[in-house]
Design a protein around this ligand. Structure first.
Ligand code: FAD
Length: 341
């Protein structure tokens, strides 16, 4: 039996993790990642990489929680292994603070992260503008390490990486039996999905090695996420804005907002500006589709539209996408189906 030829479009965190998951769980397959950009040029490279879920209004909360739990457990295992430093995955503790009492004092993910509790009065004293807070330990993926580490995993399992822009999924037929679409914002054009749109995010990466605790304003707009080689200071959420150029005025404003929460950041140095376009969608598109053109068929598994929280759910989504790929292969191998397998 020939190996099944699988094309994964996209080399951000979603494409790379889905390729790794398929190579682990699907026997007798050959994987090629096809992408017009690889690390360090993807949106995923700009992400702070902290595991705090973002709500997808069109995705059931039980599903979001399952994706988050699977991702958290998977990365926890990496963080407590000898691979942790190479993969850039580590635990980080800190606070999420609110200017008014949130509707959900205990979010759906509270029992997934470690040691979730309300902040004490003594902790809140540090933040006179804030009246409520949550303290917990979560994980952080340093994307500058995690994405190359995933790429290495793909190559080690025999996968190929190809730099190419795909204009039409049919270009991949008949060379590939199954296509996995992890093209993020690229899906707007590639599959004509008008529901996916950019939410621009500008952040600063700064040297401030004394900052060890994360601080996130509950609005999600201002955050300080310490990592291994830099602290990420954020941010912005600019809907429909396609500009990838940093805006100096916005950078000054981000720094000032972060310094208000953590005054020691006035001494931060080597500040770099980064911009990424989040692939926003009301719900993650994670499903199988059978494209048909005359006698020709092309099974496609979509996995895109992770918006502001792709790192937080990537492994759970990769597991689900892999299950869908296995279903496609089973159908192809069923006698009576037109297939070369
Ligand atoms: C400033 C900022 C901070 C963030 N912080 C966090 C955080 O702390 N935690 C969190 O969980 N999430 C965070 N996110 C969100 C996270 O970055 C995204 O959800 C995630 O990166 C999406 O991954 P992706 O692989 O789908 O997209 P991408 O990284 O954009 O990858 C898409 C890939 O598809 C390729 N592609 C697209 N179209 C085509 C085509 N036609 N042909 C070939 N290749 C194509 C691209 O080249 C690219 O390789 C943040 C985002 C931003 C912008």
């Amino acid at each position: 039996m020939d190996p099944v030829q699988i094309a994964v479009i996209g080399a951000g965190v979603i494409g790379l993790s889905t390729a790794v998951c398929i190579s682990r769980l699907v026997p007798r397959c050959s994987i090629t990642i096809i992408s017009d950009k690889f690390t360090p040029e993807t949106t995923s490279n700009v992400a702070a990489g902290i595991l705090i879920p973002h709500a997808y209004p069109d995705t059931p909360v039980t599903t979001q929680k399952q994706w988050f739990r699977e991702t958290f457990d998977h990365l926890s295992a990496i963080a407590s292994s000898a691979e942790a430093a190479d993969a850039g995955v580590h635990l980080v503790s800190g606070w999420q603070i609110f200017r008014s009492i949130p509707t959900e004092e205990i979010p759906f993910w509270a029992d997934v992260v470690l040691g979730f509790r309300k902040m004490t009065e003594a902790e809140l004293k540090r933040f006179p503008q804030h009246v409520f807070g949550q303290a917990f330990t979560t994980l952080k993926c340093e994307m500058s390490a995690y994405l190359p580490w995933l790429e290495k995993r793909v190559k080690a399992s025999g996968g190929l990486l190809l730099t190419r822009r795909i204009e039409d999924l049919w270009e991949l037929q008949p060379s590939f039996d199954v296509v996995v679409n992890c093209s993020g914002l690229g899906s707007k054009q590639l599959v004509g999905d008008s529901m996916v749109s950019p939410v621009r995010g500008q952040v600063l990466q700064a040297q401030a090695p004394w900052v060890k605790h994360f601080i996130r304003d509950g609005s999600g707009l201002t955050y300080i996420y310490p990592g291994v080689s830099y602290v990420t200071l954020g941010g912005t959420r600019q809907k429909g804005d396609w500009s990838l150029s940093p805006d100096a005025e916005i950078s000054r404003e981000i720094l000032s907002r972060c310094c208000a929460l953590e005054p020691s950041l006035h001494r931060a140095c080597n500040i770099e500006e980064k911009v990424g376009l989040r692939p926003s969608r009301p719900g993650v598109q994670l499903q199988m589709e059978q494209l048909v053109r005359g006698e020709r068929r092309l099974p496609v598994v979509h996995n895109y539209g992770h918006g502001s929280g792709g790192i937080s759910v990537h492994w759970g989504c990769a597991v689900e996408a892999t299950r869908l790929v296995s279903e496609c292969i089973q159908t192809l191998r069923t006698p009576g189906t037109t297939s070369k397998l």
